[in-house]
Design a protein around this ligand. Structure first.
Ligand code: J2J
Length: 538
């Protein structure tokens, strides 16, 4: 059975097909088009995996899953870090027509449970190296809560749950059973601004277009050697053009656990990496490191540095070409769809001061005022968009969708933007209740709900505060029956099982929260308060 999702209206779908954006191919085509190639697709530590091997391994795993009864339209919860198994599994699932949620490796019990609750997975693929899967407690709990969960495969397990044996064991080929190109291929994760993390259904047609067009804009080819040092499952690293864009062009993906200069610079030199994608804080650290001995020489092969995920200060942007010695590209994208790029041949001013232009001629993007009407040209407004690769609704979330979309199907991302006369976008702020901690998104409401579960917390509000390296960090204002130390708050949230990046960086005890005229915590006032307090204590 096909997975239900909000489809594009017929007239738009017809236009997207007619213009060739929707090519009517499954995402498996990214790999199968190179099925016989001996070129290296993935370098993961000492392992070099060719396209032929990647294709064969994912086919064996797909067949193993099919033999265990998984079928087209089923769903899977997957949590793998930056390892070859992430891609083997992704292609295996696509071949078997099973739609995964690819959780980030930093996610913990709260996030995984919330995803499982939404998709009721039939398959779990995870890693014994993750704290949650070191023993079987969480596994057993998931099996108990979701009787549909029939198959479990774990990286690093050499017993009954071995993912490796599923990948290695020769199988009778049962043929691929991808879902149809206009159906859901997998779910992307929303950065979120509400209590529960929302899922974004992505179809083969829309996602494949996004990948092909991104690869074209970034001029990838079979000589591309891409370093993937941010979480590989994130939409940016996967599709803008990311690893899937590199595979499409038959290039090579070099995997790294994290974007630190100490790990990445030697990898760049060793594997002659020429493209990479980073978030702003990582660029700051790279800029620091290139000043040190050898830094610049190690990066000699690098031609293109993409920066996105959060606001990239202009002063840093201007330093990239001269100090890192490569071209800069700004990327402003979202897992919901729309991606904007500065072009490789844009002039410096556009590259340094804008977040680029929508990549598709049929991306419709405008800025709205508070009444939902277009603002005057050059004025600040809320980003509204629809197009051939922008989703039409969160999975199973009619209420959230009623708020996030206007009557014409335009999605409001919650970003405040200015669009110039040539269509270039500058991101100048945000209206959604989210903290962007160096590219990692925190939905304030999700953390506030967890804090409110503490019996001694009467009221809590999470707001952003400026941070030189991260751009933003988070501050929790607490009205408690007793004062809370930061360590108490962090321990409480850890016990509930939440990703580390969501733990408040600062905790402020207050006797009450300032309220807006509708009785909600006045977050603007709280942000001013924390900015003022930090100034006076510096
Ligand atoms: C300012 N804010 C930005 C930028 C994203 C490519 C690149 C990034 C993402 C991503 C992605 C920004 N300047 N350059 O999916 O394919 C903020 C905005 C946006 C939100 C989306 C891709 N680039 N942002 O970051 O779904 O607020 O996707 O709405 O994680 O990140 O977050 P996410």
């Amino acid at each position: 059975m096909a997975i239900p999702f909000n489809r594009w209206p017929d007239a738009l779908a017809a236009r997207y097909r007619e213009k060739g954006y929707w090519a009517e191919l499954p995402l498996t085509d990214i790999l199968t088009r190179h099925a016989d190639s001996e070129r290296t697709a993935i370098i993961d530590g000492e392992r070099h995996i060719s396209y032929r091997e990647l294709n064969a391994a994912s086919s064996r795993m797909a067949a193993a899953l099919q033999r265990r009864g998984l079928k087209t339209g089923d769903t899977a919860l997957v949590q793998l870090g930056n390892h070859a198994e992430l891609f083997i599994t992704l292609f295996a699932l696509l071949k078997a027509g099973v739609a995964p949620v690819n959780a980030l490796f930093s996610h913990q019990r709260t996030e995984l449970t919330a995803y499982a609750a939404q998709i009721a997975p039939r398959l779990l693929v995870a890693d014994r190296a993750h704290a949650l899967f070191r023993n079987d407690d969480f596994l057993n709990q998931l099996r108990c809560d979701y009787p549909t969960l029939a198959t479990i495969a774990l990286r690093g397990d050499d017993g009954e749950y071995s993912l490796q044996s599923m990948i290695d064991t020769p199988q009778e080929n049962v043929g691929t059973r991808s879902s149809a190109p206009d159906e859901v291929a997998f779910f992307q994760l929303s950065g979120g601004s509400t209590g529960t993390p929302k899922l974004i259904p992505r179809t083969h047609n829309d996602y494949y277009y996004s990948i092909r067009r991104s690869a074209e804009i970034c001029r990838l080819n079979e000589h591309t050697r891409f370093l993937c040092a941010i979480p590989a499952a994130h939409n940016y690293a996967l599709s803008s053009p990311g690893s899937l864009g590199v595979f499409y062009c038959q290039g090579c993906v070099v995997l790294a656990d994290d974007p630190s200069a100490t790990l990445c610079f030697p990898l760049i030199e060793k594997h002659q990496v020429n493209v990479t994608a980073l978030v702003p804080p990582a660029v700051s650290l790279w800029l620091q490191a290139v000043g040190e001995e050898n830094g610049n020489r190690q990066l000699a092969s690098l031609r293109l540095l993409q920066v996105g995920g959060a606001r990239f200060p202009e002063a840093l942007a201007r330093r990239v070409p001269s100090e890192i010695g490569c071209q800069l590209q700004q990327v402003f994208g979202m897992a919901e769809g729309l991606v904007n790029y500065t072009a490789l041949d844009d002039d410096d001013e556009h590259i340094f001061t804008t977040q680029g232009r929508p990549m598709c001629p049929d991306d419709e993007v405008w800025a709205a005022d508070e009444n939902g009407d277009p603002v005057a040209p050059g004025e600040v407004g809320l980003l509204m968009t629809r197009g051939p690769y922008t989703f039409r609704g969160y999975y199973n979330s009619p209420e959230a969708n009623a708020k996030a979309f206007d009557a014409d199907g335009f999605y409001c991302s919650g970003d405040l933007i200015v669009i110039d006369k040539d269509g270039y976008i500058r991101v100048v702020g945000r209206e959604k209740d989210q903290i962007n901690r160096g590219g990692e998104k925190i939905a304030a409401e999700e953390i506030e709900n967890l804090l409110h579960r503490h019996e001694d917390i009467i009221h809590a509000a999470l707001v952003s505060m400026d941070d030189e390296l991260m751009g933003e960090k988070s501050c929790a204002f607490i009205v408690g029956r007793r004062p809370f130390r930061p360590v108490d708050i962090r321990r409480w949230l850890r016990e509930l099982g939440v990703a580390d990046y969501k733990l408040p960086d600062k905790v402020e005890n207050v006797s009450e929260l300032p309220l807006t005229h509708v009785g909600k915590p006045d977050k603007k006032r709280l942000r001013q308060l924390i900015a003022g307090r930090r100034l006076s204590t510096n």
